[in-house]
Design a protein around this ligand. Structure first.
Ligand code: 13P
Length: 263
């Protein structure tokens, strides 16, 4: 548990990595490691986010292992169905066992050029369908260097959560992922990450009230590894991690999961 009784939550975002065979092997190893931690009474929630095409295979793997790891999708489209070539709806994700969806990941914002309006539609679609939504926010390097970190995060949180109802908040997780820290080996210092998380929680409090904001988990992401995870997650407003590169190696990912529940 975190200091605040929020159960820590760790996500493994596989991005456009793995194939069917390596994905299944990774899921099996992670399921087994997480099961042993939980058997020791450790309280932690874990999700994995494989590429879309491997979701059914990973779903079967996790089910066969009797795992409570949540199957996650890296993106979604907000419409229910129709002429949206290449897109996938919330209902389709649910149909193959998905429980949690990343929205507004930095690579979707800055490589695929998704804007806050589209991100907001996706957040609302996921929450409306009673699934967990992980809204990702974070500033770019030049924005940090010019002192805009909190302004950018605040804008992305406010626009991303426009028209979200307070009763949907129990399904919301925020992932703070500074763009300059993703895949670069540069991690925010625990204090810088804590400051950004604190500000995001204050924005949530302004939108939904202090008690509701205190219940929302905020994950840190950006070059989290087995060595830096514990110190980052010991900060009072850091409730877990969203892990990219290190989630592709089962031993590293499991060390991060273990760090989330006190090591
Ligand atoms: P890395 O852990 O590879 O920096 O990626 C972080 C991330 O983008 C997770 O969503």
């Amino acid at each position: 548990m975190t200091a605040s009784n929020r159960v820590p939550i760790i996500g493994g975002n596989w991005k456009m990595n793995t194939d069917r065979t390596t994905g299944i092997a990774l899921a099996k190893a992670v399921a087994s490691g997480v099961a042993s931690l939980q058997a020791q009474g450790k309280k932690v929630e874990v999700a994995v986010f494989p590429p879309f095409v491997y979701l059914p295979a990973i779903s079967e793997t996790l089910c066969a292992a009797g795992s409570n790891i949540a199957l996650g999708a890296q993106d979604v489209y907000h419409a229910e169905k129709g002429a949206f070539t290449g897109e996938v709806s919330v209902g389709m994700l649910r149909d193959v066992g998905v429980k949690t969806v990343l929205v507004g990941h930095s690579e979707r914002r800055h490589v695929i050029h998704e804007g806050d309006d589209l991100i907001n539609l996706k957040v609302r679609a996921v929450l409306h369908h009673a699934m967990r939504c992980v809204l990702c926010v974070g500033e770019k390097l030049e924005q940090r260097e010019t002192g805009q970190t909190n302004t950018i995060n605040e804008r992305q949180v406010r626009l991303g959560l426009r028209d979200v109802r307070p009763d949907e908040l129990d399904r919301l997780v925020i992932a703070y992922e500074p763009v300059w820290a993703i895949g670069t080996g540069k991690t925010a210092t625990p204090q810088d990450a804590q400051d950004a998380h604190r500000h995001i929680r204050l924005v949530l409090a302004d939108l939904f009230g202090k008690d509701a904001a205190a219940g929302v988990r905020i994950q840190y992401g950006g070059s989290v590894n087995a060595a830096n995870a514990k110190e980052l997650m010991s900060q009072p407003d850091i409730d877990g991690a969203l892990v990219g590169g290190a989630s592709l190696k089962d031993a590293d990912f499991l060390q991060i999961v273990s760090a989330a529940c006190g090591g």
